[in-house]
Design a binder for this molecule. Structure first.
Ligand code: HEC
Ligand code: HEC
Length: 320
């Protein structure tokens, strides 16, 4: 018996050595990660950039600094992939080339992602606790956007027209005339006005007011806490209005912007992450997109919350 157990140990040892050799060999299989020159950095005050630099620049800039443990294959492969994808979505080293309004809009999306708990990526946060954005840092970011975004003053007549539009919407119930289907064939779910709000948010730069509604299946799923994944038949709607400021500085609901939907059917919509995506714009409810693949844009932007079944809104739960 002694013989066979030492043979067994020898085999294990050989496998172990082979593993180390392969691991060491793989270290040479390294896709290149360059830091191109920073030509047009985001224009923002230093206190704003400092926060972004420590939390986001490793992936969203041309100033990526890798920790030693990020340089070890296979972790390195994942890091390189993340950095390349992240730069395509948002690159703070190049954003400065855009007009000021576009920079602010991108910064709004960026801060929103932090606020929703989607960024920095959770896996990165675990390895880099210093990248966590604290409440007080978030406040600095929000304050900068709130104070740097010009707020158009509007007349009393415009405000009352907008209020009428809003109260008409609330009172109206299902629209009678059905708008055309979305380019991917999804029909307008006209009864969405009767659904229940599960969350509502102001854009913190006061540009729009948004309400998220859920149908009965979605509400039941929330009540039973079965929302990752959401059950087939769940539909979530997001309705957005612009906001405007009246003469007294009060923020009011302005024009209806759009209503958009995520419709759960894991088989029918398997190619778009199990959700059917559709959006109708303006009071005329014009379908958004000019070909079925328009929903790639929706999926792409909801990708950071794939761990949450592609849904940003956390209905009854607290902070993620
Ligand atoms: C570890 C790398 C990493 C870090 C750090 C990181 N991100 Fe990201 N970010 C990504 C990746 C990858 C994507 C692309 C979406 C995806 O595939 O999940 C992304 C997407 C985004 C998007 C675009 C969403 C869209 O599709 O329009 C925004 C905005 C964003 N990140 C903001 C931030 C902010 C702000 C920070 C810092 C607080 C940050 N990210 C930190 C990797 C990172
Ligand atoms: C620029 C990024 C972006 C794009 C593009 C985008 N979304 Fe979203 N979506 C968000 C964010 C962020 C939220 C969270 C609520 C908020 O902040 O407005 C959201 C919320 C939603 C919600 C409410 C459920 C949830 O996830 O919280 C629906 C429904 C929705 N989006 C549908 C769509 C559809 C349909 C499209 C494509 C026509 C689309 N979205 C494109 C970023 C995006």
């Amino acid at each position: 018996m002694a013989n066979s157990s030492s043979a067994y140990r020898r085999i294990l040892l050989r496998i172990g050595i082979a593993g180390v050799v392969v691991f060491a060999g793989l270290q040479f299989v390294r896709p290149e990660l360059k830091n191109p020159e920073v030509t047009n950095e985001l224009q923002a005050p230093p206190e704003v950039k400092d926060i972004l630099r420590s939390a986001c620049y490793d992936c969203h800039s041309n100033e990526t600094k890798l920790a030693w443990f990020d340089q070890v294959v296979p972790a390195y492969w994942l890091v390189v992939r993340d950095v390349k994808t992240a730069r395509q979505h948002l690159n703070f080293s190049e954003l400065g080339a855009q007009p000021a309004a576009k920079q602010r809009a991108m910064l709004y999306e960026a801060i929103n992602q932090v606020q929703l708990g989607a960024m920095p990526l959770a896996a990165y946060r675990r390895m880099h606790p210093e990248a966590h954005v604290s409440e007080s840092e978030l406040a600095v970011l929000r304050h900068y956007l709130e104070t740097s975004t010009p707020q158009p003053e509007v007349s009393a007549a415009e405000v009352s027209a907008a209020e009428k539009q809003f109260s008409d919407w609330v009172a109206a119930g299902p629209a009678s005339a059905k708008p055309p289907a979305a380019p991917n064939g999804i029909e307008f779910p006209a009864d969405y006005r009767n659904w229940t709000p599960i969350s509502s948010t102001d854009r913190f730069d006061n540009q729009s007011l948004r309400v998220i509604l859920g149908n009965d299946t979605a509400l039941k799923a929330i009540a039973e806490n079965h929302i990752n994944p959401w059950p087939d038949g769940s539909i979530l709607a997001k309705v957005a209005w612009t906001q405007q400021k009246d003469g007294q500085g009060m923020v009011r609901t302005g024009a209806f912007q759009h209503v958009e939907f995520m419709i759960r059917d894991s088989r029918k919509y398997a190619s778009t992450k199990g959700w059917g995506w559709a959006r109708w714009r303006g009071t005329g409810l014009k379908p958004y997109g000019d070909r079925p693949s328009f929903s790639d844009e929706c999926v792409g932007c909801h990708e950071p919350v794939q761990g949450n079944d592609y849904v940003y809104t956390a209905p009854i739960r607290g902070q993620r």
